[in-house]
Design a protein around this ligand. Structure first.
Ligand SMILES: C[S@@+](CC[C@H](N)C(=O)[O-])C[C@H]1O[C@@H](n2cnc3c(N)ncnc32)[C@H](O)[C@@H]1O
Length: 339
């Protein structure tokens, strides 16, 4: 029943009531009770002191063993808050922790990646099983070269910087689990893993040319992060051919992290031409890191004209800091101005 009906009922029942003494009708009681409830609601909300982080993020614990918490998409915020920073500082202080040299001590055996790999070769991996049985107990046997995580320092290091890039891009486009994202040159998923974790299954796409990186992604990173169920669509290719991603999908975000600077300008333009119609008009964004020499080498006016012919426009340049190290990244933002 709407507020109008309640008021209407109150007026009409009053009109038909006998005019003796003070008569309190049922509709009037309902009105009075609702008014009181609304009053107390506002009173209580104004009295409550909430130190919630901006953006209304709710943090929930991940399953045991994953070592952290994850922000669910209740609000806009994805990046680490000042409260989070204070919390971790407190934990270090309360535990009396100080940075130590990474040297051999009881129970701890620091080794280089090369030594780790040699151990894996010498001792047949970390298998306790002997002989032909040794291959029968691992559902997805991973090459030793990948198990030692050399790829975390192959390119785009530090590996942790992937999180910074994710946070910046995700918040820039107000990423939601049902957003569609395409990365050009996702490498070993340093950035992509964070998107895949956040997005619905099948919503992360990537075109990558390097076979070793793709092996790392499929055989080590996705399984070890428990993300196989997210079924990212990762395709091997180097000529900006996006046909395998289907003709239906419209992207909320297309990004190239440290990639366009390694490509011939002509190939970048081929990519933009093919992708312009796959970007959601107005709200969708293309982000390119480091520089846009494919554009500036043409000259400002010529570049603007060429972008305009594709229905694209340049919106501006941004930087974002890293959470963990003294570094900032530069990003160039584009959108599709017409459908
Ligand atoms: C510096 S890495 C960056 C990887 C990832 N974007 C990151 O930030 O961690 C550049 C990546 O672009 C890929 N790449 C370069 N040219 C490409 C092309 N034409 N098509 C697809 N991928 C390409 C490389 O193989 C490499 O994985």
């Amino acid at each position: 029943m709407g507020i109008r009906e309640i008021i209407g009922m109150a007026i009409s029942s009053k009109a038909t009531s006998p005019a003796k003494g003070i008569v309190v009708t049922v509709p009037m009681l309902v009105l009075a009770a609702s008014g009181a409830a609304i009053f107390f609601f506002f009173l209580l909300s104004s009295l409550s002191t909430c130190s919630c982080p901006p953006g209304g993020v709710t943090r929930v614990s991940e399953p045991a063993g994953t070592g952290g918490s994850v922000a669910v998409s209740v609000g806009e915020r994805i990046s680490t808050s000042q409260d989070d920073v204070e919390w971790v500082r407190d934990q270090i202080r309360l535990n009396g922790l100080h940075m130590q040299d990474n040297v051999l001590r009881k129970g701890i055996n620091p080794r280089t990646r090369a030594q780790q790999l040699q151990d894996l070769i010498d001792f047949k991996g970390i298998s306790h099983y002997e002989g032909p049985n040794s291959d029968n107990h691992t559902a997805l046997p991973c090459p030793g070269e990948l198990l030692v995580e050399e790829h975390h320092s192959n390119y785009g290091e530090p590996w942790a910087g992937g999180r910074d890039v994710f946070e910046f891009l995700a918040e820039s486009v107000h990423l939601k689990p049902n957003s569609h994202v395409l990365e050009i040159g996702c490498g070993t998923l340093r950035v992509g893993l964070h998107f895949i974790r956040h997005l619905n299954p099948g919503h992360f796409h990537c075109l990558e040319r390097d076979e070793l990186s793709l092996m790392v992604a499929f055989r080590y990173e996705l399984p070890s992060q428990g993300l196989l169920h997210k079924r990212p669509l990762i395709v091997k290719g180097e000529d900006m051919d996006f046909t395998k991603f289907g003709s239906e999908v419209m992207y909320d975000l297309i990004y190239a992290s440290a990639v366009f600077l390694h490509m011939p300008d002509k190939l970048v333009w081929v990519g933009l031409e093919r992708l312009a119609s796959k970007l959601k008009p107005h709200d969708g964004r293309i982000f390119v890191s480091h520089n846009i020499k494919f554009c500036s080498r043409l000259g400002g006016e010529e570049c603007t004209k060429r972008l305009k012919n594709l229905g694209l426009e340049y919106l501006g340049k941004h930087t974002h800091d890293s959470l963990l190290f003294n570094h900032y990244e530069i990003w160039f933002e584009f959108r599709r101005f017409k459908a």
